[in-house]
Design a protein around this ligand. Structure first.
Ligand code: GLU
Length: 289
């Protein structure tokens, strides 16, 4: 019985690049060093952006790099019912409200009072709240589309004093050097969308659910997701999920100090492999020796 479980959780929206290789190799090495388990998870809830050929390439690239993962691989698009059930639990607790507004309506609202809505990790810290029941009913009867948002006000009421005591352990580093015990401040997200109008789930709910289900003890990923841990910690508390330890790592950049993106074809592992690179060249380029 091992008490160290980590995962690499890519979204198959493009080919893996050097940044992904660093993440996967870092998590894989950590599991190995701890005598623990390494999981691969395919985060493909956004079916409009994900492609089977990219999923296939993930397996191919990781195997080539020398990363070994446990089977079966969890593919999130096979488990929408799980995320719906987690959302239902939040809804029953009174933590969620329906948001019928379009992005444009929210942007217009904010433009009228910009000082009230500073930006958070995912855009404006919108906290519109639920509509009066009769207005909501009328929109529902019309079949209007809505997202579910997590109400920070309600979450605070549900958790009481525990809300302000939420924290997580960062064994790596956030973008500003944050490390150690970090006080969670999920309110920086405003009232985040936890179920998109089009998808019925969000990355946050699916990731937190799966980390708990899969017994992930250590979340190892890029520091671009450091702020997400603030929200994830709150979702874990509301859903009675255990809190994993976080190890956010530095991001890999190109020669100009720019982060790799999926559109940087030359930095994809597939292109590098086809250009004759060997796994040890990738490791050397990443400073992994
Ligand atoms: N699927 C996310 C991504 O591709 C990673 C999520 C995570 O590691 O929590 O960026």
């Amino acid at each position: 019985m091992t008490d160290f479980v980590t995962r690499f959780a890519p979204s198959p929206t493009g080919l893996l690049h050097l940044g992904h290789a660093f993440s996967a190799l870092t998590a894989h090495a950590a599991a190995k060093a701890a005598g623990g388990r390494f999981l691969l998870r395919i985060e493909d809830i956004d079916q409009g952006r994900c492609r089977p050929e990219f999923e296939e390439a993930i397996h191919e690239d990781l195997a080539w790099l020398g990363v070994a993962w446990e089977e079966p691989v969890r593919r999130q698009s096979d488990h929408f019912a799980d995320y719906a059930a987690a959302l239902e639990r939040l809804r029953e607790k009174g933590a969620l409200y329906r948001c019928f507004k379009t992005r444009k309506e929210i942007a217009d609202e904010i433009a009228r009072a910009p000082h009230l809505t500073p930006d958070g990790p995912e855009g404006p810290q919108y906290t519109g709240g639920a509509l009066p029941p009769d207005e909501e009913r009328a929109l529902m009867d019309e079949g209007a589309a809505y997202a579910w948002r997590l109400s920070m006000k309600n979450a605070r009421a549900i958790l009481g004093d525990a809300f302000d005591k939420l924290s997580f352990i960062e064994e790596g580093c956030g973008p500003k050097g944050e490390t150690g015990t970090i006080k969670a401040t999920p309110e920086i997200f405003g009232d985040p969308v936890v179920a998109r109008k089009d998808l019925g789930a969000s990355y946050h709910i699916a990731a937190v659910h799966d980390d708990a289900l899969q017994g992930v003890t250590h979340v190892i990923r890029g520091e671009d997701l450091f702020l997400a841990a603030h929200l994830h910690r709150l979702l874990q508390a509301l859903l009675d999920f255990p809190a994993p330890v976080y190890r956010h790592h530095r991001l890999i950049t190109d020669d100009n100090g720019k982060r790799f993106a999926k559109r940087d074809k030359a930095a994809t592992l597939q292109a590098m492999r086809e250009g004759g690179a060997k796994p040890q060249d990738i490791r050397a380029r990443l400073g992994l020796g």
